[in-house]
Ligand binder design. Structure first.
Ligand code: PLP
Length: 462
């Protein structure tokens, strides 16, 4: 079954309508009228830059232009609920000290890929600390969560699907490329993060995209497969709506049908479960050998990097064959040191996770009381559904005008008609901050009364 969901991802602020107007070629096919010009136009055929301008104009007409906004260190003086700094640790003195000390000891870079010179004793310490904290059999650090997801799905699919051939092929550097062929099925929730979707595509396994949170659909896909091996992949907490995956049911289905369950804990780690140990731990699955977790070090841990948590067999497979592990420079010492310090903070302050979830519930209450559609938050993320992309963009600007920075998500990050604002809670949100949120969302409600109504109609989320 082909994938049905487009890639997801963040949606940086500031639409650039003016750019598109200036950049549109106005149907400039063949505009050079002669031999190929310096931008590659040839007679009768639009040049590549003209095509890019036309595509940008089409995105503009659909309200889907993106732009980069260079913020100041204090988030332009706004209350920041746009970032993924879920525990408010990005400026924690302990983390800064951890990063600085690591730079002093190790320099600014890892100096090589993990298999060559890029594994330091600091990386080894981070891996053992992560595994201990999460009660996982083992951990392997990557330079991002995205790359961790790519490696997990592609390498595990290749190894599960190809058996002895994969073992002989190693990382796929030779003529045999080590892909899964058709002998592995990957079952993927339709709301999974872009990195998991890309990982599914790269695996070249057959991918069954199942309805969001639908355990019965997963079970059916597993039960009716022709492939010998299978992997079920899911976000633990879904990145935009903020809802929790049915991990217990997914694991039962995977176990019953001999599949591995891969859980991306990016938005759960640090926020969900006891002391922030994540969704898998909260579901009592931390020591199950057929559960593989990925985490990012860039959200609750406030730095950068990623990791995979799993059994020795899983970690060995990734070290031997994970292309985004092997062919990538190791995580920079500053990030490694900061992540170790962040884990120290989590262990010393187990209340941080609870407090963040409580604050998220308060944010959701504010939005619900104003008539917006939200989902009861299970983690830090609160999504306020507005409907049309232009409505969401205007709402983000209104929030900024009221002193509040929020994220704005539009297709392809969300399905059509489900553009939304995304607010991220932090444990340090004071009651005065919540008042700011209330005033900003009330302004959105007043200026876009149709938004709440639009979000009640249609849409494909529960
Ligand atoms: C669910 C999910 N998985 C993975 C990632 C990628 O993590 P990283 O930013 O560490 O590459 C993200 C980041 O936005 C995410 O939201």
């Amino acid at each position: 079954m082909p994938e049905t969901r487009p890639a997801q991802g963040g949606d940086p602020p500031q639409p650039r309508a003016a750019d598109a107007a200036a950049g549109s070629s106005g149907g400039s096919a063949g505009s050079s009228g002669g031999s190929a010009g310096s931008s590659g136009e040839v007679p009768g055929r639009a040049g590549p830059l003209a095509r890019l301008r036309d595509a940008a104009a089409a995105r503009d007409r659909a309200g889907l232009r993106r732009g980069l906004h260079a913020r100041s260190p204090d988030h332009d003086g706004l209350l920041d609920l746009a970032s993924n700094d879920y525990l408010g640790l990005s400026r924690n003195p302990g983390l800064i000290e951890g990063a600085v000390a690591a730079v002093r000891a190790w320099g600014v870079g890892a100096t090589g890929s993990r298999l060559v010179s890029g594994t330091t004793t600091l990386h080894a310490e981070l891996e053992s600390t992560l595994a201990r904290f999460c009660e996982a059999p083992g951990a392997l650090v990557f330079s991002s969560g995205y790359l961790a997801n790519l490696a997990v799905v592609t390498a595990l699919a290749a190894a599960l699907g190809s058996g002895k051939r994969a073992a002989a092929a190693g990382c796929g550097c030779g003529s045999f490329r080590g892909h899964a062929g058709t002998s592995v099925l990957v079952v993927s929730d339709e709301h999974n993060h872009a990195s998991l979707i890309d990982a599914c595509r790269l695996s070249r396994a057959r991918v069954a995209v199942t309805a969001h949170g639908d355990v019965a659909a997963v079970e059916k896909a597993l039960a009716t497969r022709d492939e010998e091996a299978a992997i079920v992949v899911t976000d633990a907490v879904f990145s935009v709506a903020g809802d929790l995956a049915p991990l217990t049911g997914l694991h039962a289905a995977a176990r019953a049908h001999g599949a591995l369950l891969v859980v991306d804990e990016a938005h759960a780690f640090g926020v969900v479960g006891e002391g922030g140990r994540g969704g898998v731990h909260a579901a009592g699955l931390a020591t199950e050998p057929d559960v593989v977790r990925t985490v990012t070090l860039s959200k609750s841990l406030a730095g950068q990097g990623g990791a995979v948590l799993g059994t020795a067999e899983v970690i060995e497979t990734l070290i031997d064959t994970g292309r985004s592990f092997i062919f990538d420079t190791g995580l920079a010492p500053a990030c490694t040191g900061a992540a170790l310090a962040a884990l120290g903070v989590l262990m010393a302050s187990p209340w941080l996770a609870d407090r963040t979830r409580q604050r998220a519930c308060r944010l959701a209450d504010i939005a619900t009381d104003l008539g917006f559609e939200t989902i009861r938050p299970e983690a830090a993320v609160v999504s306020v559904v507005l409907g049309a992309p232009a409505t969401a963009v205007a709402a983000r600007q209104l929030c900024a005008d009221h002193g509040l920075a929020v994220a704005c998500f539009r297709p392809p990050s969300v399905p059509e008609g489900r553009s939304c604002l995304r607010l991220a809670a932090r444990p340090d949100l004071a009651d005065a901050d919540l008042e700011t949120v209330g005033l900003a969302l009330a302004a959105v409600r007043a200026h876009a009364p149709q938004a709440a109504a639009a979000s009640q109609e249609g849409g494909d989320r529960p």
